[in-house]
Design a protein around this ligand. Structure first.
Ligand code: BDR
Ligand code: CA
Length: 315
């Protein structure tokens, strides 16, 4: 089992990532921290707690920062619904959240761990960026950071920038500069992580409470993404499991192919702030600081996702 901390802003595809991470036996989720992003902190925190409780797990959920480091918060309720669940209702959580802040809980888990911890992120990097800059001594006990964020080519908020990096470029830059190995699941890869209509129907056919919730959330996400910037470059009415990729890479890296590049975040330009500059032409001649995913074995990724839903019901 790989010990992981998850930092997330649920969000529909974050819920999908959480369900895979919490159900798959390869991951030992030791802590979940919540980021401001798709929705405000109160909502992402409540959603993470509800998901953990719904799946019958007892994992500490700690509240993160309320806003990005310098920017003001821009949320995305159009894609995820006002409560982040695409109007699907989850029961109230029946266990309390942590009394610690995200940063102090992460500090504690990482510093006390006998083996280096993996961090999986599926939202803006505010919590993790601040953790690394305030506690650089922890870096030697962080094995890697697997993040959903960025793009080599083509954004989804502005033409060049992906939402998680755009939302807090300063935090993302702290992560890329940290020296901790980074795996970047950017849009280049995650756009390939889509579900077809028959696959959505396969989920529905599992016919459990979980599969019913998943199906309805994904349908909302699919409809919300149609004709939106998510699809400008690829005119397909498909639903994508962006955030699932960051956890799936840790479960089975053979699902992906990628390459090492130097990555830095543009933060000053009024037009392109939040863009990941992935130096795939090696124009700067710098040491690579991230493993950037290029391609996904889509069918095997979808199998992993659907198997998680199925195996939970069998448990
Ligand atoms: C990312 O943006 C968010 O809306 C999704 O949850 C995902 O993390 C995709 O750009
Ligand atoms: Ca997310």
């Amino acid at each position: 089992q790989t010990p992981v901390i998850i930092d997330t802003d649920p969000g529909i595809d974050d819920f999908m990532m959480l369900l895979v991470a919490l159900i798959h036996e390869k991951l030992d989720v030791q802590l979940i921290t919540t980021a401001p992003g798709n929705l405000e902190q109160n909502q992402t925190y409540e959603n993470a707690l509800k998901m953990v409780s719904y799946l019958g797990k007892e994992i500490e959920v700690a509240r993160g920062l309320n806003k990005p480091i310098f920017k003001s918060l821009e949320t995305a309720p159009d894609f995820h619904g006002e409560t982040g669940t695409g109007n699907v209702v989850f029961p109230k959580s029946n266990f309390p959240g942590s009394i610690r802040t995200a940063i102090s809980a992460m500090y504690d888990v990482i510093s006390k761990s006998d083996v280096p911890i993996t961090i999986v992120t599926s939202g803006p990097l505010t919590n993790v960026g601040l953790l690394l800059s305030t506690h650089p001594e922890l870096k030697s006990n962080i094995k890697r950071i697997s993040m959903m964020g960025g793009a080599v080519m083509g954004g989804n908020v502005i033409p060049t920038a992906e939402f998680n990096i755009y939302a807090d470029p300063d935090a993302a830059e702290l992560v890329f500069r940290s020296g901790v190995p980074v795996i970047m699941s950017g849009l280049d890869a995650t756009r390939q992580a889509f579900l077809t209509e028959p696959e959505l129907e396969n989920i529905r056919a599992i016919n459990s409470d979980l599969s019913d919730k998943v199906y309805r959330m994904l349908k909302f996400y699919q409809e919300a993404s149609m004709g939106s910037p998510f699809n400008v470059t690829y005119f397909e009415d498909v639903v994508r499991l962006h955030d699932v990729c960051a956890a799936a890479y840790i479960i089975d890296p053979s699902l992906f192919s990628g390459n090492f590049y130097y990555v830095t975040v543009e933060r000053n330009s009024p037009l392109t702030a939040g863009t990941t500059f992935v130096d795939y032409l090696d124009t700067l001649g710098r040491q690579p600081n991230a493993y950037v995913l290029h391609d996904v074995d889509r069918e095997r990724l979808v199998d992993l996702f659907i198997d998680s839903i199925r195996s939970y019901e069998l448990a």
